[in-house]
Design a protein around this ligand. Structure first.
Ligand code: SAM
Length: 341
């Protein structure tokens, strides 16, 4: 942890490798209306009881502490599926109103499966949502239904159109590429992005699936993804900041793609994120073995100072990086939907 900075933060959350926390990912629910095979089991996942889920007021309190005092500049709401939580636009409005110490607003983003976006995009935009990522892993109806275990491709496509029409810019489309499932659609997604005016973000498959079917041979690496698109639509790399996606633009000016090489080229050295699960556990990495309970002290009356100390202690213990593919890799005890992707 460091002393106050020139922007007026009381202190910054920095770890023993010199990385500073700037991005807070908040899961608003562990529930989901899809059952994507690389994420959740078909059935049997036990939902958290409602009393264990943080209320909007509790989420706002933690977000306010991180934004007003601890150097956080962006918030991403996720889940489970965040749109299944009632009144999500109200939470977005509460968070979008928080100001950083220098008076700047915070960037509020959402990761969603898009199924409800046709009717929610405009209310979310009106509430102050800045950015959106919509997940979509196949453009083929039968395959989409096999992957998500729901026949909802048309709803998601309508949701993407609504997000663009609501003025969310850019609209990013998250595509988890899994060998044997959808790597033959990489170029189709590039074409879809160019046509629809959205940015595909291809994500390498990570060992966070509840069914534990992940294996290294199912990972389609970033290099292979970029080469497949470059062969049809030549690409050039775009300089980028600490965000995990490597960014590429079409040489003909037709837009951009992102690739998230979590497995083949981990970006842990630049990681500036921390996570809050739906039940209020604070995690410094998707793959962390330890989490830090914020909910119990908060409900027992902990002060902001005490919560900030807890966050600083957790960040101080953040490890150098995950060990996917190494012999000493240990799967986290929660799956992606239970942490918040
Ligand atoms: N329900 C929302 C959605 O579908 O975007 C938000 C939660 S979801 C867990 C967040 C992101 O994690 C999605 O883009 C999803 O595709 C991705 N994801 C889930 N499991 C994954 C895995 N095993 N490997 C890589 N990405 C994964």
């Amino acid at each position: 942890m460091t002393a106050p900075d020139s922007q007026g933060n009381d202190r910054l959350l920095s770890d023993s490798y010199g990385r500073v926390v700037r991005d807070l990912r908040i899961s608003v629910t562990d529930r989901c209306n899809f059952r994507c095979v690389y994420c959740m089991p078909a059935e049997g996942l036990k939902w958290l009881p409602r009393s264990e889920i943080l209320t909007f007021e509790e989420i706002e309190r933690i977000a306010r502490l991180f934004i007003e005092h601890l150097g956080v500049e962006s918030i991403r709401l996720t889940g489970g599926e965040p749109t299944v939580r009632a009144d999500l636009p109200l939470l977005v409005r509460m968070l979008a109103g928080i100001r950083r110490p220098d008076g700047h607003g915070v960037e509020v983003a959402l990761t969603t499966n898009g199924a409800k976006m046709a009717r929610m995009a405009q209310p979310l935009r009106d509430a102050g949502l800045n950015r959106i990522n919509i997940s979509l892993d196949s453009l083929n109806r039968e395959r989409f239904a096999e992957i998500t275990r729901r026949d909802a491709l048309d709803d998601v496509l309508a949701g993407i159109t609504a997000a663009v029409e609501a003025g969310l810019d850019p609209v990013k489309v998250n595509v988890v590429v899994v060998r044997g499932w959808n790597e033959d659609e990489i170029v189709d997604f590039a074409e879809f992005g160019r046509r629809a005016g959205v940015q595909p973000r291809f994500i390498e498959f990570m060992p966070l699936d509840a069914d534990a079917t992940w294996s290294m041979d199912k990972v389609v690496g970033a290099d292979e993804i970029v080469a497949a698109i470059d062969a049809v639509y030549p690409l050039e790399e775009v300089e980028h900041g600490p965000e995990p996606a490597s960014r590429w633009r079409y040489r003909d000016g037709g837009g951009e793609i992102g690739v998230i090489p979590s497995v083949t080229k981990p970006f842990c050295g630049d990681c500036d994120r921390v996570r809050l699960t739906a039940e209020g556990s604070f995690m410094t990495c998707l793959f962390a073995q330890d989490d830090f309970d914020f909910r119990t002290p908060m409900r027992a009356g902990a002060s902001d100072r005490e919560l900030a100390d807890l966050a600083a202690r957790a960040v101080g213990l953040k490890w150098a990086g995950h060990r996917i593919g190494k012999v000493d890799f240990v799967r986290p005890k929660r799956s992606m939907s239970q942490i918040g992707g």
